[in-house]
Structures are given as structure tokens and as C-alpha cells.
Design a protein around this ligand. Sequence first.
Ligand SMILES: Nc1nc2c(ncn2[C@@H]2O[C@H](COP(=O)(O)OP(=O)(O)OP(=O)(O)O)[C@@H](O)[C@H]2O)c(=O)[nH]1
Ligand SMILES: [Mg+2]
Length: 379
Amino acid sequence: MQLTTIKLFEITKISFFNKAAINRLTVANIRSYALAANKQTDSSIDQSSEQERTKSSVAEQRLMNIAVIGVPNAGKSTFINNLIQHRICPTSSKVHTTRDLHKAIYTTGNTQLIFYDTPGLVTSSEIKKHNLNSSSKSFKISAYKNALKQADIIAVMHDVSKAFTRKQIHTTVLDTLRAYPNVPSFLILNKIDALKSKRVLLELIRILTNGTLSGRRKLKGKSDDANKEELVKSVKSTENWSHFKDVFMVSSLTGSGLSDIHDYLLNMAKPQTWKYASDIYTDYTPETLIVESVRARLLDYLPQEIPYTLKSELEYYNEENNIIYASVQVLCPTTRLERLICGESNGRLRQITERVTSDLVETFGKPISLTIATHSQTK
Ligand SMILES: Nc1nc2c(ncn2[C@@H]2O[C@H](COP(=O)(O)OP(=O)(O)OP(=O)(O)O)[C@@H](O)[C@H]2O)c(=O)[nH]1
Ligand SMILES: [Mg+2]
């Protein structure tokens, strides 16, 4: 293939203020581009039929606002990306990947679904541990409030892979549900692929819904009065939530069970004018998406708390002939950390740059030439 003759990597080192060095790694990721180009040819047919399908008169339009909430790392962003089959929300294996309220907009047929990807709520000790700024907690709470004010329904994402926490809906999530009693909610048991036995799921549903679904307690072999008494007791001693409308069991990673939620949400959408044009898929600017995608992969590739000490900033952004050119600078507190990020012969930085580039090709559906530059603030 002709494209293979094009140079894949270009690494230059330049000096910076005598003391520090900026280490640059550019990846014009031709392989991802070729993949995307193939995908685009295949999907160009889909896109034109999609456009036909999304030509919907205002009178027929339906809308649904879905706030996706849960503790950090529960899989909220992965869930949204895989449900709508478009990488819009940056994800990573570490907590606090999503830092701000972010909308993913999905339009199909006459229906628009707006997903509010929220940052996981945190306690004060977590703020300290992950080097989040002191206003993070109130900032996150206000992001939650904004999402919930707009929401027609709340999707509670619950990670069932963690044995220590899976029997309890986190107090921050319960507090949020209590604060918005009029907004219906449903529970998503996520990461079921990580369970050795699925038998535990039925018991978990019973525990997490306090034995109820839509407030109806299902107690076999008891009189109505006994049932009522139990229900009152359970609401009083509530450890979990008695008012979920529905429960789904999914693996957001493999996609198992997601089509049921897709159809469920489409069916529930109410007649209402769309908030966005059918070709808009996010409220983030491309610049923010690029910086957040770099940050997410730094979280993935670097050990423990190190990535939380880094700051990523956009240096350059331009789009020419349908190709995105972008440069992101990663500020490292010490040269030791800078060396760690770059790895031997810049190997790690190259891997990170390649990975972010391929993420962004999926996001934008067009080629991107990305430079990641590191800059250490001290010697
Ligand atoms: N095994 C498994 N892993 C999953 C699943 N869903 C998400 N993950 C992983 O869980 C990690 C966290 O996923 P995210 O989508 O970033 O989680 P989040 O809830 O958005 O996290 P924050 O943005 O930090 O609040 C990633 O490594 C995902 O690959 C799943 O169904 N199964
Ligand atoms: Mg997230």
C-alpha cells in the first residue's frame, strides 16, 4: 500500500529556557488513518442512509436526557461510548478520568438521546490522594446538579466486579437520588464479564433495590399487610434504593446487554424538539477532547498517582484539508518524571501518542497528526 511509504514517527528534541527540555513526539498515524478511511468508505453508505433516517420533521422529534451517575471508575464513560458506538467520552483504567460534565449526543431516526457523562463524586480524602484541586468536590457537585436538573431519567452505574463494594450503592449516589426524588432512575449492574459466576447477580439485585422494583416489594408467601410492614421497615432502614424503575445487567466493555438499554431509552423518549442538530455529537470543543484524551491515556500508561501530578495543555490546533493537526504539552513536575513518561528511547511517549491518535481518529472520524511534547519544570 502506498501509504506505508510515509514516515510514521518524527522525534525531535529541542532546548527550552536552558534548564528544561521539551521532548516532542509526533505521530502521523497513517495506520489509524487507513483504518478510518476504510471505515469511512464502508460507513459512507451507512451515513447517507443515517442522514435520510435523521431527516425528521420537528413535529415528529423525540428527546431524552439521561444523566449517568456513579462512583469514579464504575464505567460510565465506557458505557456511553459503547452504547452509541462512538468514542466521545475519554476513558481510562484509573479513577477521575472524567473531570467535568460532558454531553454525548446521539441522534437516530426521529429520536435524540443526550447523555450527561458526570465525574464520579469524591470524598475529601480522595481529593487529597489524587491531587485534585480543593474546589474539585464542589465543582463536581455542581456538575452533578447541572446534569440532574436537565435529566428525564437517571442511569445509576454500579460496578459489580468489586466484591467489597458491590452490595452497597455508594452514599454519594444515594444522596443524589434522594435529592431528586421526582426524576425516575434505573440501575445498571456493570462489568458482569468480570464475574466468575453470574448467580450472584440475582442476589445483588435484591440487595441493591431493597427487594423492590419501582417501589413494589416482592415478598413471596406473605400477606399484603406483612408485605406493607416489611416495605415501610425497608424504606426506613434503607441501605440501598427502593425506587429503581428497572435493572439491567451489562458489560459496557464487551457490549453485552447494551442493546436492551439502547432500545429502552429510545422507547421512552418523549415528543420534544431536539436540542442539537443531528450531526452534533458532543458539547466539548475538539481542543478539549484532544487534551482530555491525552490526559486519559497518561492515566492508563503511568503507574499509581504519577499521572495526577501532570498537567496537559493544548499548544496548537488547526484543521487543513480535512486533517487535524494538534500539539499537546505535558508539564512534568521533575525531569525524573519526564524521563519516566518518555521511557527508553522515547518508547513510552511513542506508545501513548499512538494510542491517543487512534482514539482521536475514532472520535473525529478523520486523520490526525498529533504531537505530544513533555516539559519539565525543574531539573
Ligand atoms: N471488565 C470490565 N471493565 C469495564 C467495563 N466497563 C468499564 N470498564 C473499565 O473500567 C475502567 C473505568 O471505565 P470508565 O468508563 O473510564 O469509568 P468512569 O465511571 O467513566 O470513571 P470516571 O470518569 O473516573 O468517573 C476502564 O478501564 C474500563 O475499561 C466492563 O463492563 N467490564
Ligand atoms: Mg468517565
